[in-house]
Design a protein around this ligand. Sequence first.
Ligand SMILES: [Zn+2]
Length: 689
Amino acid sequence: MALTLKGASTQLCFDGETGALTGFTSLLTGWDFLGAGHSLSFELSVPREDFPGNTVQGSANRPKSINAQSDYIEIIWDKLTDETGEVLDIEFRARVTFTAEGAVFGGRLTNRSEYVIEHVAYPCFGRLERPAGSEELDMMVSAYSGMWKTPLYPTFATMSGYWSSLYPLKYNGSPESPYMLIQACGEGMYFGRHDACPDYRLAYFSYLVPEVRDSHTFRYDRATAPSGERPYVKLGAYHLVFLGQGSEKELSCVSAEPYIGTWQNGLEHFSAWAARALPAPVIPQWAKELHSWCQLQMSSYGYGVRYRYAELPAIGRELIKHGVKAIQITGWTKGGMDGELPCHDTDPRLGTHDEFRQAITELEEMGIRVVLYCKFVFADMRTRRFSEEYVKYASRDVYGLVHSFGGYPYDRPAMISGMNAHRLAIMCMNDARWRKACLEQLKTILSLGASGLLFDETFSHCACEYCFDASHGHPVPAYSFVGDIALAREMRQLCEDMGRGDFLLGGEALPALYRPFYGLSYFRFMGNDMPDYRYIDPEYPMLCTAKALEDRSPLNFCLMYRTLISYEPHHFKGRIADFPLLLEYGTRIDALRSRYIDRLWHVRMIPTGGYAPEKSGICASLMVSVKSGLKTLVLVNVTEEEICVSPPHTGSWTVATPEDSEERARDALIRIPPLSAAVLFEPRASRQE
Ligand SMILES: [Zn+2]
């Protein structure tokens, strides 16, 4: 017997005997997301001493009860039989409801068995199908500097070593990407973990069963498995709960909803949830305004001193001359950049604390915002303070060992080769004693009188996100995200307590769930042209590195996606004017944005829809003025050759460029020089018609 549930945009079918999900259809387009056969319900990982890979398969267990309504279903499994045939005292209650957030999959797990439940996978999709007529299927998630895409069809390259699994697999997770899109041609399926305070990792794992056809091309579209079937992809949301004996756990809900269009359209589901569920960040007014930055490393622990504190005012006067209004100072701390973490004392080789404070005061007085680099997630394992104190607050794995890694090498070949870098322990952000130690460092930073800090690697835990140390005063295991947010809240409170409510707390490449707790996100340009954050948080301050001799690509990216420029000549070890062509083009970009600020800055991004010319070598973004509602189309030539384009629907639009900021009538063909840009403005008359 099939049980059918129908929501506004999806229809789900369950097997009335087994509780397995047998159908999942987009009512927007008719896309049957699930193919026939291989239907799944859930999976538990229940490692045993003699069989660590032991699982409970939902398909091997009949539900105790199924309560199905037209828009709601609850399925209860109890006394589960695992792969060894043992019956375990575990109950799993699965719920699916239709809400404004789509089909919402939830669950509750009760473990009365003697084993730890490592994961529960729910929902599970047994066999993905692409929409009729779509020859591609991609998985998209948020990564360091935007959306990242990996094919599910017609190719499937494994993300783990082939030695590590039975089938090729892909995985990604939250909180760094609280959403995942399965994108086909002109439509897609959105999956969102709608939980603002997750206390465990949720990872989407997809598997290609059984294998690709060829391990060079990774194609499997024309392959047939020995069973006579086509290879297929299965997908599950894996909740890594580590649930011990006598514990219960309510799972984060996973919402699934189809959409029409591109990845930007898919993100609208997350934006709608985020607007309701996430708090607004504290952002100083100056950080919201159009301006540019530079970054300067004063010293590194591999090289030593490059600049002394007393040199900063002269450096500041150069910044003023070139219109740069903020400086991120790196390597100002004892031992040089990343040299003695988490110590944020000033370095006597660079000058005294008072000299640094005086230099910062002078910079601020000349109109330059000073932002101090800091890092609170690691501790230098060489130091006496570590062995005497910090080791107690270090994150530990399930075997009791300190989480650590090889650290960051600087400058010298032997160090870059990994021979003498400072090994770093990964600290437990859920240990209140460690956070207190970090807040003491913050007091030092606040005492220097700068406008803000930039917390480098804000959420970097080197894949060591669970701490199993029972002496830390937290649940075991504890999940790093919880401690990360606790520290962010405590830092904000300390700033306010010290009369610095306006102090900028900046972070690095902040995911959506971190942005409410910080006022700016800095990231390195990685060539990524799918800035998901910009569609979710239209006005959130984002700062992007430009570092090469000319570096027009990141500068054009800043223009396309309303991002602040951070000039970093000589890998942020040089002076602002060291690369004149870099500075010149960046200055032109900002002059253009400043002149048309209502059209290029006070805007929100919208999908490019039919406006983008389909020409290879051209990237495009479309934005809408918050004030006038008029559209602006930014076109960027990413090639080394001139390109002529004629974007649709823009015949009457005017055009300006970084090289010629005067707004002019456009020719039939718009010529865009190599690595340059053109900005097209929708005329006011078109809005009045
Ligand atoms: Zn801990």
